[in-house]
Write a new protein. Structure first.
Length: 337
């Protein structure tokens, strides 16, 4: 039976999110980030159903802040709240039957303790959803990859080859596992994720995303003093000289805007590229910053058939991510018999 991971713009049954936990990560912004997670959930619920997973005992709080219009709260044990990385990656066979790949998770190279519940939550979610699980022993976070659903996967060397993930696996072995589990046939390695992205070691979802077959959106800051000014141009050069699995050159849309803000005394960047593609919409992190309007306009042009919605995500950025990082799409389909 042949499975593949569909592109994020394919039809969704819904979206998975996880309620903020780990108070030592959020500190003084914990209440603020809960409000932001709830705003993201409500924005996505305008386009598709949201399942918000809360730690046992925190379901009522999540229900109160998220409301009941399209957001369903369930309680499951978990350590952290970044479901792009700890939730399963869904795959479909040629008949649209659905399964979920349960990759190993080690808290981005052991950066946070404990992580054992997050390593198990993927299997619990698949059981809750009635979706068969496919277990992989490779450590992989969903934010480390972007796929076009037609055989192409883009990732970063900075993250996937980092020795804190799969030190016993060669680059070729990592490629083989990605191809076997996600149904891709071509992998494009960008050299860099974000320099400031020390939390994930440079996930691709902060620097590049597929927008359509043969079309990518890339972060390309226009300010020469930006820490990724040179690095993102190196990524663009790789894409310029690459083709996808179908032999197509890439049409490249650039997001030149960058938004740096102060949150609880820290200088953080809100990544406009870290957005969620919903059924008929794009939910984009914004920063109450002058660059917001320009970035939203770029994405509206890149996704002309979808409504672009900006949601404040300053506290989410403080924790190390964006809207894409806290969500995981469930593609439309049916469970494998």
């Amino acid at each position: 039976m042949s499975f593949r991971m569909p592109a994020e713009w394919a039809a969704h049954e819904g979206c998975l999110m996880a309620w903020p936990t780990r108070p030592e990560l959020w500190g003084e912004v914990l209440d603020e980030v809960k409000q932001e997670y709830a705003q993201v959930a409500r924005a996505i619920a305008e386009f598709e159903p949201v399942t918000m997973v809360a730690p046992p005992g925190h379901g009522d709080e999540a229900r109160t802040l998220c409301g009941d219009q399209g957001v369903t709260v369930v309680e499951l044990p978990m350590d952290d709240s970044w479901f792009r990385d700890s939730a399963p990656l869904f795959i479909l066979d040629e008949h649209g039957r659905r399964a979920g790949v349960d990759f190993r998770f080690n808290a981005w190279g052991g950066k946070h303790q404990p992580w054992d519940s997050d390593d198990r939550v993927s299997a619990l979610l698949l059981d809750h959803l009635g979706v068969p699980a496919v277990r992989s022993e490779m450590i992989l976070e969903g934010g480390a990859i972007t796929v076009d659903g037609e055989g192409t996967l883009i990732t970063t060397e900075q993250c996937l080859l980092h020795p804190n993930r799969n030190p016993s696996m060669s680059r070729e072995e990592i490629e083989d596992e990605l191809k076997a589990q996600l149904g891709v046939t071509k992998i494009i390695w960008l050299p860099y994720g974000g320099l400031l992205d020390t939390e994930t070691d440079g996930h691709v979802d902060g620097v590049c995303a597929f927008a359509a077959p043969g079309k990518v959106v890339v972060h390309l800051p226009e300010d020469p003093t930006h820490p990724d000014y040179v690095r993102m141009r190196a990524n663009r050069t790789v894409l310029e000289h690459s083709t996808d699995a179908q032999g197509r050159p890439f049409e490249i849309t650039e997001i030149p805007q960058a938004a740096f803000v102060e949150v609880d005394g820290q200088h953080v960047e809100v990544s406009y590229l870290n957005y969620y593609i919903a059924n008929g919409g794009i939910v984009v992190p914004v920063a109450d910053h002058p660059e917001d309007e320009g970035a939203l306009a770029v994405l509206a042009a890149a996704y002309p058939d979808r409504k672009v919605v900006g949601v404040r995500a300053r506290a989410i950025a403080y924790g190390g991510g964006g809207v894409h990082c806290i969500t995981q799409q469930i593609p439309a389909g049916r469970p494998t018999a």
